[in-house]
Design a protein around this ligand. Structure first.
Ligand code: NAD
Length: 447
């Protein structure tokens, strides 16, 4: 069993700390935000993540998980310090490493005995060396090693992803350091890939960029589906059954969001560009993603003409289901676009309303999907929470003033929706009458 300190107690840090504690280690989570630490000490959860509250409570109660805002206290007995601080986008799209630098300096000031510093934050190539340099300059008298151990968990299934990963990547220049970090994961049943620091750092960016590329790819296919009257869901399934392709992240919709994909693709593009490369594919991925959000407004304009004064209900605010994280959420982008067209927005989300309230204004928040829909001219599904799949669609139709549904996540069946009397538009479902007219005229012209 090891003594582990986790620096940064956000989505990654809290999950990492609780899971390492659950594996039997003694863990202290450090955060510079005193409110976060106070709440966690009181047994309150600071983020919504399924299963995390039980894990935190059980391990805190067993004395294996503690919280502090003091680096001295947190590092007093540490064998490992995992850095899980934020790496937001900088002004040029690069990853802003201010929190990582500050964490490295604080670790260096407070470490007392030999320590392995492990980067879990998503950081650009070269950051492992940067952290090693900061520690060496600040406190060269205490022996230390640096490793990169990028995190691949997904919000919404983070605890399960941490404890049942597809793989673990550990980068280090010293094989002994890598072996010690590998030891922490010895009880998990998955391949462990040991690399150098730079390779581990790039594996994380390349993985996220590939997943984002799949999403933009299927969204481009969805646009072709809409033009030719084909249902993208069937196309996805037909593609995904090929084992070389697979079904995951092949769902057309409003595009990717969240605190990772948008900033990580941008940061990778920046890393390539400053080397004089031309990362055209990454640029196209980002451009397609931006266009997806505009589709909702376009679909509504096709139906209503002007949206000025229209009341629109938006279901879902978080960037994906099962999380309260609204960072870069497509729903918020859609809300702002609707407001720019003069529409009035009423929104509902099962958990993300408090987080969203800080980022959008002039939005009315409802406490159920039906309350959001009541009297509205149209309803937009922006996040595919399971509870939206199970709505009483007859009741929903009764609630709306006009039976218009723009399904930004393709959760409903177009045939069912038409049968229930909705004017329904999904993303690439082949039901757009304007596109149908276009395809007919194109086909006739070709004959
Ligand atoms: P977050 O913003 O939720 O949490 C970061 C925490 O670090 C905050 O609580 C902040 O107060 C704290 N912090 C900042 N500077 C600090 C310092 N100097 N000392 C101590 N604490 C400090 O971020 P997150 O979503 O957990 O992401 C953390 C990192 O993990 C990022 O690099 C992200 O790209 C990466 N990542 C995130 C996910 C995800 O799904 N959220 C998945 C994989 C990787």
């Amino acid at each position: 069993m090891s003594d582990i300190t986790v620096i940064g107690t956000g989505y990654v840090g809290l999950v990492t700390g609780a899971c390492f504690a659950d594996l039997g280690n003694h863990v202290t989570c450090v955060d510079i935000n005193p409110t976060v630490i106070d709440r966690l000490r009181r047994g309150e959860m600071t983020i919504y993540e399924p299963g995390l509250d039980d894990l935190v409570e059980r391990n805190a109660h067993a004395g294996r998980l503690a919280f502090t805002s003091s680096y001295d206290e947190g590092l007093a007995r540490a064998d490992f310090a995992f850095v899980a601080v934020d790496t937001p986008p900088g002004t040029e799209g690069e990853a802003d490493l201010a929190s990582v630098r500050r964490a490295a300096e604080s670790i260096a000031h407070s470490m007392r005995g030999p320590l392995i510093v492990v980067n879990k934050s998503t950081v650009p190539i070269g950051t492992g060396d940067l952290v090693a340099g900061i520690i060496q300059r600040t406190n060269g008298s205490v022996p230390f090693g640096v490793a990169s151990n990028p995190e691949f968990l997904r919000e919404g299934s983070a605890v399960n992803d941490f404890l049942h990963p597809d793989r673990i990547v550990i980068g280090a220049s010293d094989p002994a350091v890598a072996e010690k970090v590998r030891g922490l994961y010895a009880t998990l049943d998955c391949p462990i890939l040991i690399t150098d620091l730079n390779t581990a750092e790039l594996i994380k960016y390349a993985s996220n960029a590939f997943l984002a590329t799949r999403i933009s790819f299927i969204n481009e296919i969805a646009a072709i589906c809409a033009a030719y009257g084909v249902d993208v869901k069937t196309v996805s399934r037909g593609m995904g059954l090929d084992k070389r392709i697979g079904v995951s992240t092949l769902e057309a919709g409003l595009g990717y969001g969240g605190s990772c994909f948008p900033k990580d693709i941008q940061a990778l593009e920046h890393m390539a560009a400053i080397q004089g490369l031309h990362p055209e594919l990454l640029r196209a991925v980002m451009e397609i993603n931006r266009d997806q959000r505009r589709l909702v407004v376009q679909r509504l304009r096709d139906i209503f003409g002007s949206l000025d004064g229209r009341h629109i209900a938006v279901l879902g605010l978080s960037f994906k289901p099962n999380t309260d994280d609204v960072r870069e959420a497509p729903a918020l982008a859609v809300i702002r676009l609707l407001q720019a067209e003069g529409a009035r927005v009423r929104a509902y989300d099962p958990v993300a309303v408090p987080a969203a309230q800080r980022l959008v204004s002039n939005v009315e928040f409802a406490d159920s999907a039906y309350a959001a829909a009541a009297g509205c001219d149209a309803l937009v599904v922006a996040t595919e929470w399971n509870e939206f799949r199970q709505l009483d669609l007859g009741r929903l139709r009764e609630s709306l003033r006009c039976p218009v549904v723009i399904d930004g996540r393709n959760i409903y069946d177009p045939t069912d929706m038409a049968r229930l009397g909705f004017i329904y538009r999904g993303i690439g479902r082949g039901y757009d009458p304007i596109d149908q007219a276009l395809i007919q005229s194109t086909t006739l012209a070709a004959l």
